[in-house]
Design a protein around this ligand. Structure first.
Ligand code: HXC
Length: 518
């Protein structure tokens, strides 16, 4: 080829024009807002020199709007491509807010759909970096159609390849629904927000004044709505967080999660586990201490840390193998299951089951949260999601009952008859229809009413109830618990049990799909 020839010169000119727009202009504008450019984000996310862009020169064919100027920019406001993240292939799209507010017109949408199709075909994760004002107003229905096509692909990729959304600016209107279908949503504090309709529309329709942050900032979505799973202080750390998450996951549903050489080879006794659960059964403790003592050192990666904190979920490694964990958190509302913690847990179990991630449940749960508010808002429906997710999951499933395991919550949290593969209990476990105080109040109502010292009698009866009913040994003798174990042995027992379960293969009855109580 003649590198001084006309065609090669044109090739270089185009490339220069592209670099000029995307680097200088975009960086300046984004940096002024405390954000990185679409390209800088990709460079941070991918291994050095591994990213390959495609469709860099696509341009919109829609230029006849009388409603504001259309920017005829190379790329049409989104960069798509592929490369490696920590050595493994991944696909990405990254919206460029400096081109018509990252809004989604037809070419922009076609590009995203193209990369979604590639990721699905190749069986590799896709990361969407969103910085967008939503449907491009000038392109009207073509923008809406574009979103619909993206949503359809999100749904069809769900459970086949990991899909991750990273919100790094506005995600308004149509821009919010794709992330909410994907497996995990990342946000960056102070510079990202998500809402179906912005503060202006809220003011018009409801006459309410609300700021961008209070309506849909990172704090709102990580603490209240549960839409965002991870929040970081800046974009660099957010992207590092994405890399970290991917390191636990398989590339698709046909693979197993990667096995990591772990420095933590111990499989022996962890004495400290004997001292975590307090003697007083109503005294709180931090279940994250238990998790950290069981899994490979420093491997626990919590998901949705700030949302529905009575349940803790996350990924970890056990002798280098990824596991998913759900644990009740006695430190928050005694580890109760309420609407939010049930849906948080259910969705995470579904994710792990989709991607062959064995699942560990650490149980210390007083039951489902009672009350008018919970009942009226559908704790029955939402609690059923957790039950459904556990029963439907076919990955290896192990439960360790640390302390309380009462009533419906016992059944739901991967009990033997729901499909638990190995069910262990610590000697501190209390397994029964209800807690001692509630049980003796019902069974001995008359005696307590007639007693001179009802408080003393109740205490005595509660001790008797614990000795005879609310302990792990009744369940153990009947086979509902496979083994009552010394807490210190928990890590060792789990390593052996998960290893034994590696060859587990079960399938649910054939059907189009089940009807989870959504
Ligand atoms: C076309 C848009 C746009 C859009 C922003 N821009 N949103 N252009 N379509 N949806 C353009 C602006 O005109 C402006 O162009 C540039 O992007 C930057 O926008 P600014 O408003 O100057 O930036 P900022 O102050 O940071 O505000 C960002 C914003 C705001 C909060 C995102 O632009 C905004 O509210 N946009 C509309 C958000 C929205 O309601 N979207 C919903 C669309 S309906 P210039 O030329 O001045 O640089 C929808 C339905 C889909 O998405 C339904 C599917 C289920």
């Amino acid at each position: 080829m003649d590198v001084n020839g006309r065609q090669f010169k044109k090739f270089l000119e185009r490339r220069e024009k592209l670099d000029k727009h995307q680097c200088e202009f975009a960086e300046k504008k984004q940096h002024a807002k405390g954000k990185l450019s679409a390209r800088e984000r990709i460079e941070l996310l991918f291994d050095e020199d591994s990213f390959n862009e495609i469709d860099a020169y696509s341009r919109t064919s829609f230029t006849d709007s009388s409603f504001g100027k259309m920017v005829d920019a190379y790329g049409d406001g989104v960069i798509i491509g592929y490369g490696t993240i920590r050595g493994r292939t991944a696909f990405v799209y990254s919206q460029d807010f400096t081109v018509m507010g990252g809004s989604l017109g037809s070419v922009h949408a076609e590009k995203i759909m193209k990369i979604q199709d590639m990721a699905l075909k190749m069986g590799a994760p896709i990361i969407g970096i969103i910085d967008s004002g939503g449907a491009r107003i000038q392109e009207g229905v073509a923008s809406l159609a574009g979103y619909a096509g993206i949503f359809k692909r999100n749904v069809h990729s769900s459970g086949v390849i990991p899909q991750i959304s990273v919100i790094m600016g506005p995600a308004a209107g149509g821009a919010v629904y794709s992330p909410s279908i994907t497996d995990f949503v990342y946000m960056t504090n102070n510079t990202s927000y998500m809402f179906v309709t912005g503060p202006n529309v809220v003011k018009e329709v409801l006459n309410e004044d609300v700021s961008f942050d209070d309506l849909g900032g990172a704090k709102v979505h990580s603490k209240k709505s549960g839409v965002a799973h991870f929040v970081y202080e800046d974009e660099e750390n957010t992207l590092l967080g994405v890399q970290k998450l991917l390191s636990y996951l398989p590339s698709n549903n046909l693979e197993n999660p990667p096995l990591i050489e772990t420095p933590d080879k111990s499989s022996g006794i962890v004495e400290q586990l004997r001292d975590v659960v307090p003697d007083d059964t109503n005294k709180p403790y931090d279940v994250k201490d238990v998790i950290n003592l069981i899994v490979d050192k420093g491997s626990f990666f919590e998901v949705a840390e700030d949302f529905a904190q009575s349940v803790v979920i996350g990924l970890a490694r056990l002798k280098g193998r990824t596991i998913g964990i759900l644990a009740n958190q006695p430190k928050v509302l005694a580890g109760v299951l309420d609407i939010d913690s049930s849906t948080k847990g259910a969705r995470f179990i579904r994710f792990c089951d989709s991607f062959n991630i064995p699942f560990l449940t650490l149980e210390d749960v007083p039951g489902f949260l009672p009350g008018v508010d919970q009942e009226h808002n559908g704790i029955i429906r939402h609690g059923a999601k957790l039950l459904y997710a556990y029963a439907d999951a076919t990955v290896p499933k192990i439960t360790v009952i640390l302390r309380k395991s009462y009533g419906g919550a016992y059944c739901v949290m991967n009990s033997k008859n729901l499909g638990g593969d190995f069910n262990f209990a610590w000697p501190t476990a209390e397994i029964a229809v209800m807690g001692p105080e509630g049980a003796v109040s019902i069974l001995y109502r008359k005696e307590l009413l007639e007693s001179d010292d009802p408080a003393k009698l109740k205490k005595e009866l509660a001790v008797k109830y614990r000795d005879e009913i609310a302990n792990p040994y009744v369940a153990d003798e009947k086979g509902y618990i496979d083994e009552v174990i010394d807490p210190a042995e928990t890590r060792r027992k789990l390593i052996f049990a998960f290893e034994a379960l590696e060859s587990k293969h079960v399938s649910n009855p054939s059907r189009k799909h089940g009807n989870i109580p959504l």
